[in-house]
Write a protein that binds this ligand. Structure first.
Ligand code: ATP
Ligand code: F6P
Ligand code: MG
Length: 320
């Protein structure tokens, strides 16, 4: 049976990663395993920046954002020769299996390592909610709370000045942060890669909101990587009765103390990851589906289509 496992965080950090590190470490130690922290994602694996974790090293972190292990992006990890170096570092320390906390890219690395003989289990650590096999990723709910808090504040000042706030949120190519926050904040318009962006249509709708609905402000929540929001804000000022102001929320969405949901999700998923590794299982990733913690083969997970967001989009349309 496996005796030594490693754990790393990779890709963009997310609130709840520390709770997952703690869960994997404590469940592992309590099950008789030795647990090693691999620092700075796959970069630390290649460089051999690996140290034992104890009950104490993971104390006082369940409530902390970020990741005590550090995170990194190492594009060279796609190269088999680089992965061989990483595996040599693990073997030198007797580490036979690894828990990888990260997004879809990190999952690809975990799958490649499993195929090379190191059993890996993936945990979905990303604010983007773009891992399609799970209803929620670790960090999404906390990021959502941050977005909602910020948009609520923008609403106050927009309302005082007859402005339209155009708020750009993260999500990579996934519109969940925009759609969920748009509903929770009572935004007037949400733009994601699913809705598409018809600039003229959005300007027309804003004119209606001003002239026909006579609203004192308007909130447009828009996913990143869709348009230049500063330029769009200028067009709003020129073409509608609102004065347009753009706010890019940026990395503030990645920080902060994880909400209870993310702490619990991370703890449950961490437990499941250790249980699978102890059964000699690798190449799987952990998901929450209909409130149950389950696992899927990473290969299957990476090609799973996203569940339709149409019902939530329809709800949004019926609320404005
Ligand atoms: N095809 C691949 N094969 C091996 N390793 C990969 C592959 N794709 C990505 N990785 C490794 O995973 C790391 C993280 O991937 P990426 O930058 O896509 O972030 P992510 O895990 O998707 O997280 P997020 O998108 O939330 O920031 C990469 O820097 C690289 O080291
Ligand atoms: O921190 P970086 O490298 O600028 O990456 C930003 C990207 O990472 C994420 O925050 C998480 O994947 C995305 O939402 C965003 O597009
Ligand atoms: Mg990703």
């Amino acid at each position: 049976m496996v005796k030594r496992i490693g754990i790393l965080t990779s890709g963009g950090d997310s609130p709840g990663m520390n709770a997952a590190i703690r869960a994997v470490t404590r469940v592992g130690l309590n099950s008789g395993l030795e647990v090693f922290g691999i620092y700075n994602g796959y970069k630390g694996m290649v460089e051999g920046y690996i140290e034992p974790l104890t009950r104490e090293t993971v104390g006082d972190i369940v409530n902390r954002g970020g990741t005590i292990l550090g995170s990194a992006r190492l594009p060279e990890f796609k190269d088999i020769e680089v992965r061989k170096k990483a595996i040599a570092q693990l073997k030198k320390r007797g580490i036979e299996a690894v828990v990888v906390i990260g997004g879809d890219g990190s999952y690809r690395g975990a799958l490649s390592l499993t195929e090379m003989g190191i059993n890996c289990i993936g945990l979905p650590g990303t604010i983007d909610n773009d891992i399609t096999c799970t209803d929620y990723t670790i960090g999404f709910q906390t990021a959502l709370e941050t977005v909602v808090e910020c948009v609520d504040k923008l609403r106050d000042t927009s309302n005082s000045h007859h402005r339209c706030s155009i708020v750009e949120v993260m999500g990579n190519r996934c519109g969940d942060l925009a759609l969920w926050s748009g509903i929770a904040c009572g935004a007037e318009i949400v733009v994601t890669s699913d809705t598409g962006f018809d600039e003229q249509d959005v300007l027309d709708r804003l004119r209606d909101i001003d002239i026909i609905k006579k609203k004192k402000h308007a909130i447009v929540v828009i996913s990143e990587k869709i348009t230049d929001v500063d330029q769009f804000a200028k067009k709003v000022s020129l073409n509608t009765g609102f004065s347009g102001r753009a706010t890019v929320l940026g990395h503030i969405q990645r920080g902060g103390s994880p909400c209870p949901f993310d702490r619990l999700l991370a703890s449950q998923m961490g437990e499941k990851a250790v249980d699978l590794l102890m059964q000699g299982i690798g190449g799987q990733c952990i998901s929450i589906r209909d409130n149950k913690i389950i696992s899927y083969p990473i290969e299957e997970a990476l090609s799973m289509p996203q569940e339709s967001r149409k019902p939530l989009m329809n709800l949004f349309d019926r609320l404005v």
